[in-house]
Design a protein. Sequence first.
Length: 326
Amino acid sequence: MSKNQIIRVAFIYHKSNIFLSGKHFDNTYYHFYMNALKRNKELVITYFPTNDIFDSNILKNKFDIILLWGDQPYGMPNEIININKLNIPVIANATDAQDAKNAIQYNKKWKINYYYDFYPKEFFYEHYPQNFKYETIIFGLESSLYEKIKPFNERIKNKIINSGAIGNTKFLSKIINNILNPKFNSLKGYYLRTKCNELPYVDYTTTLKNEFVNDKYPILLQKYASAIAATSDTPSIKYWEIPAAGCLTFMEITDENRGKYLGFIDGETAIFIDQKNYKEKFQEFLDDPSNPKWEKIANSGRNFVLKKFNNDKAVESLVKIMKKLI
């Protein structure tokens, strides 16, 4: 393609996809797909909210790239017919790893040429064939939501905020989950996050049972000087949402979750924690919360993610994949 050529993109998703409605408790996908894509001057996006069956023949000779919300039917039409007859490259957002086994069959059905998501390549290839093309793109951070934040010295410092899904620690539940879903049950994926809630100085809010949903999550975060980002299998969007809100981020970074790929530096842009040291790391902050080093780390983490992980930067990475395929 020529240097200044505009890329015509057909974005396909099911019309009932709650993640793209702007009304879901998590609007990170909405802002990336419905706002950030349209801001990029190299793209012209046409949205195709579909029914259960979508005839892609209407795209013929009109588009350069087909972009799929997902690589399996969740949030997508059950069938995309005639897509194999089109000479248009297809890019898809990779699904959650627990659904990869089902998603793999759609590689040929939907003629998918390239995958992307924010988890590392090693994690992707644990669940998908080695011949599938994949690129890590860290998206979900809509910068405008984090422009005006509460000053660090005006925040709660005797508590640490913890939020999001956690595991069920009841004995019977653990037994059942280990039998039915041994690899991807919530206690395993959120083990450290769950353990943190046992501490008296940790304030916890669930994913849904609070007022800080949709675009209000940054408002919750900036009430506190410090917050926990802990996902034990692979990092989640919280790893860049929390620093963006100006929080000192206690971040689970281990060999198991491969979190170092994000590029944070322990003691400079975040405080790294694991199952052995998290209490010690928390206490160091709580014993001396007015130490200026904490605000310095929080500010450095905020600047790092807003510069590197914002949605517009992510779209630029996606455009690079498109250019490879055209």
